[in-house]
Design a protein around this ligand. Structure first.
Ligand code: KIV
Length: 255
């Protein structure tokens, strides 16, 4: 059965929360009911649209892919990323978050920005926060929070986002000791990506864990299969069959 915000919050310290990104109908059908949360992430920009950075993703992109995921995932709580530029001020944030909720999201996820989390929560919109590495605005991608001062400011930001009304918090690319400290400090569940094994849940980009994204492989992203290689093998078999006149066969020819 589809989880509610209360169910997800109640999982803290009881059961780990599994989250995966998803961008289309068929993948949504494949993962529906097997994870607690589907994130329609703006990593869409990297793994589906082929941009180097997520900041090129638009509201239209997010709505289009959310719509497809929504048709495939009937039993799973869906969070959608608010794309770069869609929450520059409070008014835009509320307007755009409402568009995403009206398009079928159960909750939205902006990066950082406790004051934006607060205005969304005050308007009755469910919010998953995001701290640590913030790919939309980071100068370079990689681990953050190794220095004491930076670690302290990440902890402060985590507390502010909780106080602002987020129901959970993604923490990305920070040392595992910091992931553990934030998890122990907050009452809401933390969902780690490259943040160690002490978080209340984990999220991965589905294309990374399936071995489908060719451009880079983060160290923390366990690869459960090599889908890119399997696809390549299948395509070369198909191409060979076409060239040798073996496809279509007699059974595959319409009468
Ligand atoms: O867009 C995304 O996939 C994300 C995850 C990295 C958490 O925000």
């Amino acid at each position: 059965m589809k989880k509610t915000v209360e169910d997800i919050k109640a999982m803290k310290k009881k059961e780990k929360i599994a989250v995966l990104t998803c961008y289309d109908y068929s993948f949504a059908k494949a993962m529906d009911g097997d994870v607690e949360v589907i994130l329609v992430g703006d990593s869409l920009g990297n793994v589906v649209l082929g941009y180097e950075r997520t900041k090129h993703v638009t509201m239209e992109d997010m709505i289009r892919h959310l719509d497809a995921v929504k048709r495939g995932a009937k039993e799973t709580f869906i969070v959608v990323d608010m794309p770069f530029g869609s929450y520059d001020n409070k008014k835009d944030a509320v307007e755009n978050a409402r568009k995403l909720i009206n398009a079928g999201a159960d909750a939205v996820k902006p990066e950082g920005r406790a004051e934006i989390v607060k205005v969304l929560a005050d308007n009755g919109i469910k919010v998953m926060g995001h701290i640590g590495l913030l790919p939309q605005s980071a100068k370079k991608l990689g681990m953050v929070g190794k220095e004491k001062k930076e670690a302290e400011s990440i902890i402060e930001e985590a507390k502010k986002i909780e106080e602002a009304g987020a129901f959970s918090l993604v923490i990305e690319s920070i040392p595992s000791s910091l992931g553990e400290e934030i998890t122990n400090t907050l009452e809401i569940p933390t969902i780690g990506i490259g943040a160690g094994n002490r978080c209340d849940g984990q999220v991965l980009v589905s294309y990374d864990m399936l071995g489908l994204f060719p451009d880079f492989k983060p160290k923390f992203a366990r690869q459960y299969m090599n889908l890119k290689e399997d696809i390549k093998k299948a395509i070369s078999l198909y191409s060979k069959d076409v060239k040798e006149g073996k496809f279509p066969s007699k059974e595959e020819i319409p009468l």
